[in-house]
Design a protein around this ligand. Structure first.
Ligand SMILES: CC(C)(COP(=O)(O)OP(=O)(O)OC[C@H]1O[C@@H](n2cnc3c(N)ncnc32)[C@H](O)[C@@H]1OP(=O)(O)O)[C@@H](O)C(=O)NCCC(=O)NCCS
Length: 185
């Protein structure tokens, strides 16, 4: 499902299905907040949460991150992603988490209250802000007094292509294609 949702979306092929595989075995993974959506016994969506942190000098504040959020293509734009997001944000709030920071679709998450991280005085590890770098306070002033650099777990960025390719061979073949709208390097 994850492979189908992301295939050829941002780059030719995708690595998100391997990310799910790795994340579920990672110390930062939070299974109690992660959820799948089912329809007639078929998995049609999923969201995966992990521990992340904001570093400011010696001070470290734990925050949540998530990803991937994926919905089976034939079920997209029917509210599945919104339901996964809203349900798990409630779970996170109940569990005492104060904020979520993510790299995600700049057009999608603002519908759910996310704003860009420059509003919080939080940057990427190398001091950057951009539209995809977004966050939400789960409680009022959840990020008050917290600024610094956001660090997601290494697993999100450590996905060697040869490992992705090897893992991908376990799944039904899909053709890698260069398409308009994909990220440029
Ligand atoms: C993005 C995604 C998770 C949204 O889930 P969904 O179930 O399709 O979306 P919902 O039905 O909850 O929400 C639909 C609304 O979001 C909008 N939307 C859906 N995908 C969008 C996207 N990629 N960018 C911007 N808006 C999007 C729809 O236009 C619709 O807007 P409207 O309510 O104003 O009509 C899903 O489309 C998906 O898996 N896409 C491919 C993978 C991906 O991009 N994941 C997110 C990575 S950060």
């Amino acid at each position: 499902m994850t492979k189908k949702a992301f295939w050829n979306l941002h780059v030719p092929g995708c690595s998100e299905h391997y990310l799910v595989h790795k994340l579920r075995r990672d110390a930062a993974y939070l299974p109690l907040l992660s959820r799948v959506a089912e329809s007639n016994g078929q998995v049609v969506g999923a969201i995966y949460y992990a521990r992340a942190f904001v570093q400011n000098g010696d001070e470290r504040t734990e925050v949540l991150t998530f990803g991937p959020l994926a919905v089976e293509p034939s079920f997209q734009k029917q509210g599945v992603g919104s339901q996964l997001l809203e349900t798990t944000m409630d779970l996170a709030r109940q569990a005492g988490w104060k904020a979520i920071l993510i790299y995600g679709e700049p057009e999608y998450y603002p519908k759910h209250g996310f704003i860009t991280c420059d509003h919080f005085g939080i940057t990427t590890p190398d001091g950057k802000n951009f539209p995809a770098f977004q966050g939400i306070e789960l409680v009022s002033d959840g990020l008050k007094g917290i600024s610094g650099q956001f660090h997601e777990p290494d697993v999100y960025s450590h996905l060697p292509q040869w490992e992705v390719d090897q893992y991908d061979r376990l799944f039904p073949y899909l053709e890698k294609r260069k398409l308009p709208g994909q990220w440029t390097t």
